[in-house]
Each structure stands twice: as structure tokens, then as C-alpha cells.
Ligand binder design. Sequence first.
Ligand code: GAL
Length: 683
Amino acid sequence: MNKLAATPGFLHGGDYNPDQWLDHPEILKQDLKLMQQAHINTVTVGVFSWALEEPTEGVYNFGWLDRVFAEMAKIHGHVILATPSGARPHWLSQKYPEVNRVDENGRRHTHGFRHNHCYSSPVYREKVRQINTKLAERYGQNPTLLMWHASNEYSGECYCNLCQSNWRRWLQRKYSSLDALNRAWCLSVWSGLYSDWSQVLPPSPLGETKVHGMDLDWKRFVTAMTIDFYQQEIQPLRELTPNIPITTNFMADGPANQQYTPMVGLDYSKFAKAVDVVSWDSYPEWHNNYETVAETAMKTAYIHDQFWSLKHQPFLVMESTPSYVNWAQYNKAKQPGMHILSSFQQLAHGSDSTLYFQIRQAQGNSEKFHGAVIGHDGTADNRVFQEVATYGAQLEKLAEIKGATKDVRVAIIFDWESQWAFDRGGGFGRPTRLGIQTLQKHYAIFWGQDIACDIVTPDADLSRYKLVVAPMLYLQRPATMQALQAYVAQGGTLVSSYFSGMVDEDDRVLLGGLPTPLRELFGIKRRELDTLLPGEHYHVHYGSNVYPTHDYDEVIEAETANVLATYTDNFYQATPAVTQHHYQQGTAYYLAARMDRDFLTAFYAKIIAKLQLANSFVIAPSYEVSCQTRYQNGYQYHFLMNFSETPQTVKLQRSTLDLLTGTPVEKTVTLAKYGVMVLREKA
Ligand code: GAL
């Protein structure tokens, strides 16, 4: 068992930068006192400390870090130690300029900012190996070390000559011959055929931006390079500290443009295999002016569930803010109660931690107005600190839940490669592709009814799910189609839609309409796809209601499928819009049009009833009150969370024990605005 798994209780704490306060010993002393008051048990240190740890090449300075370990030991806390490769010291960029990235326009950047080194650079890799070895030698056996935090938020790409050679080598390994590459990327279009490997460059605004297969491979290559860099970065840690788990903090995209989704820049399903524990940095935009708090909660829940599903194991929230961020257009404070509610939501979906960026607010530089546990006032006498402290004390009462698992019967399929290809392809509606946003619309139906969902890749073991939701699975390999077929054949229920099975793994259109395995599975033929303009809607008659369509109406023909709904207008009037097909032991549904929540609610209601997916604890769940359950040692732990602006009464099937107050509770409970309860019962 690794050290994290063996550590009792949830982690509470976060990024701590004593290196910004070394000339203020009184502040460092005060930090320790305040951390204890806030029930903080974990600090993440050294994320951006390379310039202090190695002020000049080969000269190391760890005294300050020794003191952090010693101080944390005194308060029986843990240290998550970061490797510092997220930001280089000046001397490194100056002496070895090749460590700086070259952008897509071929410009080598000078030193500055962070997260921007060349992943290929042998010098950078060697320098990282050296500093990481020093850290592992010095702290690897220190009992206060809990885990490694490799680098920070890996992302981005480099276009230098070295990266270009690696790109060509990667392609040579993948395709073996130029002919194969020319075919895969369809390069006879626009005279793009290569006659020599040296002609192959990365996509760039100065050169090639239109070859979709190239773009897709470039993204695969960037993921492969990043993981390769990470593997080399952690090698000394693995060798010297085999029992200390290693993570790196993953990210989400947004919140911006009213969207909040897992980051798609790197294929985290691949990266997750290389880390011991998944962790991510969670910064939802609570109290925004474009959606209700419950909608923000739903999107955040989706991301938590996706990070859970990467390993089907508890993950860590590595960063979150106790109050506001500093990088949004408008950096709003969390309202009273929201900090505690949003933090419990992390645990409810499978996190074993609430960690913050950051413990003490910086005095200067770019993040001085980012929220923190200890603000510029430096006291416990403010609302943010007190909410953190209240939450910390509550966490201690819930220690038995750490490590608890989940029981999930519904899976939504998300594939990074399909998403990349789908976003890249021309045609259709550019602003209305909305791949992940559409998945979140389906997810919302289940989240709103307290039915847990996993978000998995197409190669997951689908047999563990009663329902698999796979709309708009644009890129499909033969193996994916076979897996979907096998899942339904063996009794599974599948929901798919327009935009599924359109291209192969090279982003080449699958010829002949809906590919045969999918045609057999859904019992339909695909005819054509109509892209709708903003504000243009047609209608679908389903049950006793008529629902508007948005963005896409696909025209299909039912071969062996039953028609559940038909279009009522436009040139496809009276043709099928929703079908159901009994395929061997299971059932496959096909949604030909994009429809809104009202339709999805009505559509899934029947499936939920048929498959008996309804939540077995909450009676008549409401969208604003979420219940998520974790399981451990014969107990179920229900997290009840009120994401509405008013008190809510919830009716429950059974009486339970309120773990936060230690008192039994009856079958009806009332949650205050933003209120939370954690209820325990025998499983
Ligand atoms: C994260 C980053 C932290 C800090 C934080 C501010 O993306 O890892 O170092 O900058 O954002 O929200």
C-alpha cells in the first residue's frame, strides 16, 4: 500500500510558498499557528522554487525546505513535495537557451512566465533529473513526505528543431512508410504528398493548418512527448522512493464562455496510466451571471466524475480557491457557505482531499490578489479563514470516508481523440459543435436525479454499466464499434446520436454511410445531416409532446429499428428522429436530432425506470439538491448538498446518522441555503 493510501483522514491544505516569506520569520511562525487553527494537515511545497533550491548551477540551497519539513512534522502534518520543473531559474534559460520553447511561428521565446520549457531538450531533461535526484535523496526518507507532485499543470507544445525531429521519428514509428502517411492524411488533396521525410513539419500558421489527420497526430504526439518527459522526470523519484506515490495536477478548460469542461489539450486517459493518483485543479465560476449555481455545480460534478473515472479510484483536488481567483474577467468572492458546499462536492464525487491555491496570499507579483486561506490581513479574524477552519474541523469528523469508493451504473463515453477530430473538422456549424457541452446536457439528466455517472473512454470495460451514453462519438475505430456491439449484444442499453461513427482513427470519413456494425446495432440507415442556423428550430413529436430541435437534424431511415419519435416539419417531416433497436440481448437507441433538457428528461425517464437506475435513498430528487454516495467498510455515505438559494426539504427512504453532528436523523431533512449533510447508513 502506498503512503497516501495508508494515511488516515482527508487531506486539507494546499500550495504553500514559505519561500516568498523567508525574510519574515514572524510570518512563517504565524503561518504554522494559523494552519493549526484552520485544521490544515497538508502543504504542497516547492512547486515554483527551483531558483531558490538551486540558485546557481549545481549549487543547492535546501535549508529553508528542511525547516518546512521540520515545522510540518511538529504539527503532525504532511508534505506533498513538488519537483520544480514548472518554472525554470534564469541561469538555466540564459546558459542553455534551447530549453526555452519555440512557438508555432518558429520564434524562440526568452525567459519568463512558467510552464513553457521544451519537452525534448536533453539539457532540460538532465537538469530536471539532477534537481529531482537531490530532492529525492534529501527528503525521500523523511516521514513527513506524503507524496510527489511532479511539475505543475503540464501543457503546451514546442516547435523547435529537436521537437520537429522527434515528431518525424514518432510518425516514422507509427506509419513505417511515407506512402502510409500520405494515405492516412489524404495528402493527394491540394498536392500535399511528401516525397521525403524531411519535408514533414508540424502544423503551423506559417505552413500547414488544414491537414486534419496531421493535426490529430500532432495532438497525439504532444501527449506522448509530455508523458515521455514526465516519465523521465519521475525516474529518480521512482528509484529512490518506490513507496511514495506520484501525481501531477491535471486541469479543466474554462470557466470561460460559460463552459467548464475537463482539459482537452492532453489526452488524460493516457496520462492517467502514468500517475499513481489522479489529481486536478478545480476552479468553477460560482455565482456567475449566466447560469444558476446548480448549473455550475452540475458542470463541476461532471469534471470530478471524469477524473474519478480515469482510474475508478479516489482522486485529489490539488488546488481550489477558498474565495476568489485572480485570472477571470471578474473575480468574485464565494458567498457565505459556498466554500464549504463546493468543497464537500469534491469529496462527494470521490476526492480524498481539499487542497487550495494557496495557504498564504502573496504580497506581490502576479497572484497577489488570488484568494488564499490566510489573506493579507494575516489573521484568523475574517470570513474566508473561518469558513476554511470550520470545514477543516468538519473534515476531521469524516475521516472514515477517505478512500471510499463509488457504485456507478451509468457511463458516458468521452474520447479525447474523437473530441480533437470533431473540433477540428470543417463543415457543419462551427460554434455549435459543442461536443463536451452536449455530453454535459445528457449528464445533467442523471446528476439532476442523483444517479451517479462515470465518464469513460471507449476502451473501458462497459460490462459493468447498465446504461452507456455515447452521443456524438465522431471518431470510431473498429474496436470501438465492436465493443459497443458486444456491450448491447450481452444485454446492455446504449444511447447514441447524430455525429457518431463518422471518421476513422486518421480522421478520414468512413465511406458508405453509417458503418455496418453500427447499422446492425441501431437498425437504421443514415441519409443526411441538416445544420440549423442560430434560432432555427424544427420539431420532434415524442410521446404526447412536441420538442424543438437545435443545431442539427439528421435524416435517417429505420431499417429494423422501432421509431419512437418523428420530425413534424421541414423536408424531413414524418421521418424518424428517435429510434430504438433490440439487438440480441440489449437495446440501442439513436437520437437523430439535438434536443434540449425537456426532451432528454422525458426520453431518459423511461430508460431510468426500465433499468431501475433511480436513486434508492432520496425520494423525488430535485435538480438543486444533489446526493452523491460513497461506500466503504459496509457503510454508505450520502452527501446531500443544496445548490439553491433557499432552504430545501428532502425526503429520504430511511433514517440515518448525521456524521457532522453525530445525531440520528429522520426521513425528512431540511438543508439551509448552500447547506450540506453527510449521512451514514449500513450498506
Ligand atoms: C493554477 C496554478 C497555480 C496558480 C493557480 C491560480 O492553474 O497551478 O500555480 O497559479 O492556478 O488559480
